[in-house]
Design a protein around this ligand. Structure first.
Ligand SMILES: [Zn+2]
Length: 221
């Protein structure tokens, strides 16, 4: 089976009732996930609405939470890629009092918001989805001994669908995320933008080097 990513942002207010029903079917326990993305009697609309009120109450945005989660995930992936087993990483220290852990599972779970399986005449299938993930993460805040765990799909679900999952094991309670990761209103947690390349004009390059030399030669305390 070949998986193809089709990046998509889909929010509940832009979806029609039949589309929501289709997504809910994929989210029920036993479809994409044995434990599901929402409980058997929950609706997508009520789950998203309840979490939106929590974000409102704290003055925190979906982007802030997704950016903060992605920051910890990146550090765990980096550590994993340096390790021998490449299946997990245990306790990478971050910013003095956090630790992030990664565990990789064998199966990959596709995002239930957009999914399409297309088979050719030989029965060869192609899966189209907006995201898929096969890892889970735990971030511990060692200062107050709290922690959150979440599957790797969560930052995408939060950023691109405003969804934290329902009453199921994969849910990330937004209030817990805000507290454990110390997310503050108005703070930009997005990754730093790549710096503009210095121009290659000889005059500017010369100036840049002479400035650096001047700085290095200057007395420093
Ligand atoms: Zn998606």
């Amino acid at each position: 089976m070949v998986g193809i990513y089709v990046p998509k942002r889909q929010f509940i207010e832009d979806l029609t009732e039949p589309q929501i029903e289709e997504i809910e079917k994929r989210m029920r326990p036993g479809s994409f996930l044995s434990s599901g993305f929402i409980g058997p009697s929950q609706t997508l609309r009520e789950v998203i609405k309840a979490d939106a009120q929590v974000l409102d109450q704290y003055g925190i945005t979906y982007e802030q939470i997704a950016d903060r989660l992605s920051f910890f995930m990146k550090l765990a992936f980096l550590e994993e890629s340096n390790g021998a087993s490449r299946l997990y990483c245990e306790g990478v220290p971050v910013d003095g009092h956090f630790k992030v852990f990664l565990h990789r599972s064998l199966g990959s779970i596709s995002c239930p918001f957009f999914y399409s399986l297309v088979r050719d005449e030989k029965g060869f299938g192609r899966e189209y989805t907006c995201w898929a993930g096969s890892c889970s993460f735990t971030v511990k805040n060692e200062q107050d001994q709290t922690e959150i765990s979440f599957p790797s799909l969560i930052p995408h679900l939060v950023r691109d669908h405003h969804f934290f999952e329902g009453d199921v094991p994969g849910r990330l309670n937004p209030e817990d995320a805000i507290k454990v990761l110390e997310i503050k209103p108005g703070v930009d947690y997005s990754p730093p933008k790549p710096k503009e390349k210095p121009t290659s004009e000889p005059g500017n390059k010369g100036n840049w080097i002479s400035l650096l030399l001047r700085f290095l030669r200057a007395p420093h305390p």
